[in-house]
Design a protein around this ligand. Sequence first.
Ligand code: GLY
Length: 574
Amino acid sequence: MRFSMSWRVLSLSLLLVGGAAFAADGAPKAAPAAAAHAAQQRPGHAAIASANFHATEAGLEVLAKGGNAFDAAVAVAATLSVVEPESSGIGGGFMAVLHRAKDGRNVFIDARETAPAAVNPKDYLNPDGSPNRDTALKGPLSAGIPGEPAGLVLIAKRYGRLSLQQSLAPAIRIARDGFEPDARLRGAIASMQKDLARWPASAAKYLPNGKPPAEGATWRDPDQARTLELIAAHGDDGFYRGETAQKLVAAVRAAGGNWTLADLANYRAKERTPISVDYRGYKIITAPPPSSGGVAIAEILNILSGYDLTKMDQATRVHYIVEAMRRAFRDHNDYLGDPDFVKMPLDMLLSPYYAAGLRQGILHDKATPSSMLPRAEAPEPGMHTTHFSIIDADGNMAAVTSTVNYTMGSSFVAAGTGVLLNDEMDDFALVPNKPNVYGLLGSAANAPKGGKRMLSSMSPSIVIGADRTAVIGSPGGSTIITQVLEGILHFIDGESAQQIAAHKRFHHQYLPDVVNVEEGTFDAATSDALTKMGYTLKPRESWGFMNVVTWDRKANKLDAASDPRRPSGLGKVQ
Ligand code: GLY
């Protein structure tokens, strides 16, 4: 897209009224004074919020041994792999935004899965050309080459203080000695029982005696403990080469998949520059492609910067937020993919001028039907993906969102490894213009190709203001983006970590043209006003689980909150 000169001039004046500013780099030089200030302080205590108390405790244990937030992130992620396998694990991938206190460095860790070199789009089609949902979501063809082990090794080596043996010790101990699966994990296994029963190693791991583990049962996984020990001892080589790699490839190929040893050996986790956007005096540091999340959040905030949301009734505020979401998701569908493979118009998408142009098309009292924005259906998000947030005593921060994609990933465990593989291949646009499991459409930019990373919605974010900082993120498929956006807005409005995590939520993703609403979000008058503006409100029961830590730097107070929607979560300050 090209802009004429007069349009640019007009947009600039709109921008000046709106007061937004965007910077496409994560370096402290672009930060408001607040961010630089944050780097000079230390809280003296640490806070961790994750979706499972074993994982939060593992992170705190590693901090107590002298580790920093990054060592704790390795411990939390690896422990979630053991105790919350329905959401994330070493058979999957993660995305993280890290803030290092000593030099103010912000970095994005891309441990997203890649397509195997032999990926064949026809494998995801039925003979009649329709999408084959089974190969896309179940079994070895649905699995990308895992990124989580390489990402954890990278974080430990470049940012941690402790050895991998020390950071992985709690996860190895829990896998070896056992733990009691919580109700959520038992429910996830029950919901996927038919699929898990299709592969002997999956059934052996998740269906002892042919059934999901019973309440109160102790569950041990010596195979996963051994795989984690090999990673602890040999780093990348413990997973991507040697014994584990051979077992993974043999299991995948025996079940009809196409991984090779070279696919594993060639995998690299990457450091990338995060996206940063300034909004109402706060700097938001968030995920760049191959996540669509940060681009969408920046685009939405740039559009919203032209309005004073604090001076509006709820219906009008929701109207402007939904219209901004609609426009950002339209662009998400069309433009975004793996930056190592596709050229994306990020300068345009992240530009305040572009946002100002989009803002002009928003009527003050009416919904814009998506069909009138020149270009799809979303089911409920399931029990997949997880997010945790950490701030340590020195002010280091880690926002980490990790996933095996849909609940229990591919349901395929590679025999002898204890590794449940992801089903991330479905996050590619496997069939152009046919929605994936989250109802998201894709274009050529997100077509599958050997070695390419599939687009993600994961949006781990750090928000830094003059006196207050938040580390924030959520699971939730396509709703990750809008939930994190709402969390950022609530934080900037002054809410506490607990209030943010508990806040009712809504979501719009361009198509389907409906506003998904959590029960209790809007009162009757607001629902009525939104309906009159042309919105279709649709109740949605399942929402992501937000884990937030905040640091009030004036009062030097840390706070940690785990989403009350998930009772097994724990936010703790120590
Ligand atoms: N697998 C969900 C995501 O990465 O967006």
